[in-house]
Design a protein around this ligand. Structure first.
Ligand code: SF4
Length: 564
């Protein structure tokens, strides 16, 4: 049976016999019905619960946008709005603040649309989730609007905005949305849908932020207010402390007359629930209405998500904030079943390009003590927690079993130097069997003082692994190391930048994946950047945009050595 995508037009709704949708999802990306795309995942999940779900992808601006938003009529329950798979400002602008020419989540990779008279304008509005929410208010008075996805998640409270160099309000205040679902949203969105259907209030749902006009009745912990943060950005550290350690208590941020009620994170889905999610009837393709290919889909169309969560807790990264630190892994059977399904697709070339997650080798990892009571920011930094139990052999067994079903399986996700790459037998298997040319690692830097602020392993870990790789694999051309570096992170000085450039030169790394630091809202690194201070209030070096760009050039120009 050929599955059909969620409806994007009246005709498609009517062909299903619907006169109205219960829920309409609006996204800044093209609609790709693949489980790597948040809208498809949430849409199919809600559909599996019996709701009628439609999708409006990339509505245009102005009057045309109103027509787009009215194309499915008005939803019976609520609108779900997301900027897309990535924060819209990151998709749209470079770290230097220039508009990007391409957009991997658009048909044809095009960031601009041509209008009459040969004028072209960006398709994606700035702060897309807010822009769509305001536009929905124009066409649907009294709508309930639920914001979700990475953009809403990482801007759910007052935050430092890199593009405007100021503290911005929560996206909930800016956009006048009703509620934010933060993190992986299945549990929260299910409860929101149920309560709206039953006419119940939305307060107290785990994994949400609700905008209220009076203080909550229950006990809560007060966060620094918007006004306090705007006056003293170093209070972002207090906000980060509270968010990273939040367990059961309600957190409240005051912003003008609003009370932003931030409930504790929703418990992650368990293994069976995650398995059930990935067998939903995704077509795994872009909606057939697109005439041009979507680059982001082409990259991941033959990849499989093995788990959620990242125990690393790197301070510049949004994954811990979004997916959580607890690793939940799918069962081997569920993953292999997905591989079988992909291999039956017409035109499948025989190569599964990834079985992974935020860090591929965290598949099967767990905390022996139960994460719920833990207040550490990372299971791996500054040292490996004695309760953290990885299971690299299980991951390798999974790859082996998958390889028996198709011509080739490779690991496209990153691998940790302190997990699967820390032991010679594991390195041997990975490099000889599961690379398709590249070994992806993310050392990010070489300077100890920068690594300390990033929350990354000591430089010796990197050097020892690279030396071991050279010894064990002297034959050139077997694979290349794609090493990801960040230039201009707080703590980087001229000397630290030189150290890293020397290191890249010494090890002849082709440093092709260097990015200038862009502080992600609400991360610890954003607090360093905005305040120029560490957690204890001590000043630290913070490179400006110009310095970060220069540091990046230095690293790139030092990375022209031979192939590893
Ligand atoms: S106890 Fe250790 S392994 Fe468990 S969540 Fe905390 S840091 Fe991670």
């Amino acid at each position: 049976m050929i599955e059909s995508p969620l409806p994007v037009s009246r005709e498609e709704m009517e062909s299903r016999g619907w006169d109205r949708c219960d829920i309409i999802l609006v996204t800044g990306d093209a609609y790709v019905d693949h489980p790597s795309f948040g809208v498809a995942l949430i849409g199919r999940f809600l559909e599996s619960l019996g709701y009628r779900v439609g999708v409006i992808a990339r509505p245009r601006a102005g009057n045309a946008g109103e027509q787009d938003l009215e194309s499915l009529g008005l939803p019976r329950l609520f609108w779900g709005v997301t900027g897309g798979n990535v924060d819209s400002m990151v998709t749209k602008y470079t770290a230097a603040g220039r508009l990007r020419h391409d957009d991997a989540y658009s048909p044809g990779g095009k960031a601009f649309i041509e209008e009459s008279g040969g004028v072209s304008r960006p398709v994606r509005p700035d702060r897309a989730a807010s822009a769509y929410t305001s536009a929905i208010r124009q066409v649907h008075k009294g709508a309930v609007i639920v914001l979700g996805g990475i953009e809403a998640s990482m801007r759910r409270l007052s935050h430092w905005d890199f593009y405007q160099s100021k503290i911005r309000h929560s996206i909930l205040v800016d956009s006048k949305g009703d509620i934010i679902v933060y993190g992986m949203g299945e549990r929260a969105v299910r409860e929101i849908a149920r309560r709206i259907r039953e006419g119940e209030p939305l307060g107290g749902i785990p994994g949400t932020v609700l905008r209220e006009n009076k203080p909550p009745r229950e006990a809560y912990r007060l966060l620094p207010s918007h006004e306090e943060l705007a006056a003293s950005p170093h209070l972002l550290h207090r906000q980060a402390d509270a968010l990273l350690s939040q367990k059961e208590e309600l957190l409240v941020e005051k912003d003008g007359a609003w009370f932003l009620c931030h409930t504790p994170p929703a418990p992650p889905l368990d293994r069976a629930e995650l398995d059930a999610l990935y067998v939903l009837p995704f077509t795994r393709r872009p909606h057939p209405g697109y005439r041009e290919a979507i680059p982001a889909w082409e990259m991941i169309r033959y990849s499989v998500t093995a788990h959620r969560g990242c125990a690393g807790g790197c301070r510049f990264c949004g994954i811990t904030f979004h997916q959580g630190r607890e690793i939940v892994s799918r069962s081997e059977e569920s993953i292999l079943e997905e591989v079988r399904r992909i291999s039956a697709e017409k035109g499948f070339p025989g190569h599964i390009t990834d079985i992974g997650g935020p860090s591929a080798d965290m598949y099967g990892a767990r905390c022996r003590r139960g994460e719920r009571d833990c207040r550490r920011e990372s299971c791996l930094y500054p040292s490996l927690c004695p309760f953290f139990e990885s299971d690299v052999p299980r991951y390798l067994r999974l790859l082996e079993r998958a390889s028996q079903l198709v011509k080739k399986v490779s690991i496209g996700s990153g691998l940790r130097l302190d997990l699967s790459l820390s032991r010679a037998p594991w390195r041997k298997v990975i490099i000889e069997k599961y690379l398709s040319g590249y070994l992806n690692i993310a050392p990010e830097h070489r300077s100890p003082s920068v690594l300390k602020f990033m929350g990354k392993y000591a430089p010796e870990t990197l050097e020892n692994t690279l030396s071991a790789l050279r010894r064990e694999f002297p034959r050139k051309g077997l694979f290349r190391i794609r090493a990801y570096f960040i230039a201009g992170h707080p703590g980087e000085t001229e000397q630290g930048n030189r150290e890293t450039a020397d290191f890249i030169r010494r090890y002849k790394i082709r440093a092709e994946a260097v990015q200038a630091f862009t502080p992600l809202p609400m991360t610890r690194s954003a607090a360093y950047f905005a305040s120029g201070r560490d957690e204890k209030g001590k000043p630290l070096a913070v490179p400006g945009r110009g310095d970060a760009a220069r540091f990046k050039r230095n690293l790139l120009s030092s990375g022209t050595g031979e192939k590893n």
